[in-house]
Design a protein around this ligand. Structure first.
Ligand code: HAM
Length: 425
């Protein structure tokens, strides 16, 4: 117990963190290109926010939340996703009086008590973005084009964009009646949760993960065939915009998404490479959510992409992420005087922005060299009594094996020039 992390959680070790930095940095850069600014929200919120926001008939709220009481008896929940928290913050911070639209992005951990498998964890990471205040399909197109460009710049191919419209509450009301008629004769073959959903929110049955429930749904009528004229026009305009931008997509009438807040546009980017958990990214419009959480009526649209799944997808497509280099220089030494000199030089190098390592293990010179090799230091310098006396030392380029006699005082300058790209120095 003590030496293993809880099921569904993972350490991200130093040897793999460079991959995370890479996708994170690119995400932040792309978000800023599209005019999104970062928001950081709490890891836990009042449980009610998710019940109201995500929806109390969803799998997430009914089965997957990490909910606990704090010492004052408040019910709190680890965020199972980011949208509800961002909406809460939008309302709490009066963002409706900011210049509209308000465009926010985030990089968060999220928590769901799920069946753990490849690509499905209990603590996972999401990059997400939310856009408030724009009801126009142009906002939907902007969100989708953000993702399209991000995946393109990462070099990811073969992610399929599927879109659908699940209409507005009026379309939903009409469809729920049709759906109930369809399901009525199958009720006794549905799971207990779905039988309860039949009365409270029949659409949630479409998203049930239980196989026997899924088997009953093969011929289920699609909501897209029953949406109202306004919703259809919105959907048609979005499709037009995607076509103009040459963003390939398919209409998938079966997408309903696992959260209750969606209205009109829903979409997913799906991979065929990483197994059953192939949805790398999901999102959609939620024009009623701000109001449902206590704010003024405000349209919204956003997405979240699973970072673990993104990295799995990149791996399966053999996309190389540049590996970080070792330290710029290793300063070895022998003897007390040389150690003092090494300490001074090391600090100077580090102050100048150079990645510098020095022995702090009391190793022999031979062992220091071995270590410098292991950590892939670009240059090595060894200081002894002679070097202290003469002020000169031998700077060795570990990649070429080349050595150069240099004045110790010039090491900082030389390394700086080297880092600036003048690699012949
Ligand atoms: P979601 O579809 O629940 O949507 O999650 C978005 C993405 O998070 C998924 O496509 C998947 O890549 C990743 N994900 C979800 N659960 C897990 C898990 N257990 N393990 C690993 N990855 C997972 C949302 O969360 C919405 N908040 C998206 C959104 C934002 N809609 C509008 N704005």
């Amino acid at each position: 117990m003590l030496t293993s992390a809880p099921k569904g959680t993972k350490d991200i070790l130093p040897d793999e963190i460079y991959k995370w930095y890479y996708v994170e940095e690119k995400f932040r850069e792309m978000a800023e290109r599209f005019g999104f600014r970062e928001i950081r929200i709490p890891v836990f919120e009042h449980t009610e926010l998710f019940q109201r926001g995500v929806g109390d008939t969803t799998d997430i709220v009914q089965k997957e939340m990490y909910t606990f009481n704090d010492k004052a008896g408040r019910s709190l929940t680890l965020r199972p996703e980011g949208t509800a928290g961002v909406v809460r913050s939008y309302i709490q911070n009066g963002m409706s009086s900011w210049p509209q639209p308000v465009k926010l992005f985030y990089n968060i951990t999220a928590y769901r008590y799920e069946n753990v498998q490849k690509g499905r964890y209990r603590e996972f990471h999401q990059f997400g973005a939310e856009l408030f205040g724009a009801a126009d399909p142009g906002a939907d197109a902007e969100i989708i084009s953000f993702l399209h460009l991000y995946f393109m710049e990462l070099g990811i191919k073969n992610l399929k964009l599927n879109i659908n419209s699940i209409g507005c509450p009026a379309c939903r009301e009409k469809y729920n009646r049709i759906l109930k008629d369809f399901l009525r004769t199958k009720l006794d073959r549905l799971c207990e949760t779905c039988r309860d959903r039949f009365n409270r929110n029949p659409m949630r049955i479409l998203d049930c993960k239980v196989e026997t429930c899924q088997n009953e749904l093969t011929d289920v009528p699609a909501l897209l065939d029953y949406i109202c004229d306004d919703c259809r026009e919105h959907f048609e305009k979005l499709k037009e915009k995607l076509a103009i931008m040459e963003i390939p997509y398919s209409v998938d009438k079966r997408i309903v998404r696992g959260l209750d807040y969606y209205t009109r546009t829903v979409f997913e980017f799906v991979s065929e490479n990483i197994g059953s958990q192939g949805t790398v990214c999901g999102g959609g419009r939620y024009d009623g959510l701000v109001e449902a959480c206590g704010g003024n009526p405000t349209p919204g649209i956003g997405f979240a992409l699973g970072v673990e799944r993104l990295l799995l997808e990149m791996e399966s497509q053999n996309i190389e992420i540049p590996k970080p280099e070792g330290p710029d220089i290793f300063i070895g030494y022998i003897g007390e005087k040389a150690q003092r000199l090494a300490e001074i030089i090391t600090l100077k190098l580090r102050a100048a922005g150079i990645r510098c390592e020095k022995d702090i293990m009391g190793r022999s010179v031979k062992a220091q060299m071995k270590y410098a090799n292991k950590i892939n230091a670009r240059f090595v310098v060894i200081l002894g009594d002679d070097e202290v006396e003469s002020g000169k030392a031998e700077l060795k380029n570990m990649a070429t094996g080349e050595t150069k006699d240099v004045h110790i005082d010039t090491i900082v300058d030389r390394l700086l020039k080297y880092k600036q790209g003048n690699k012949n120095e």
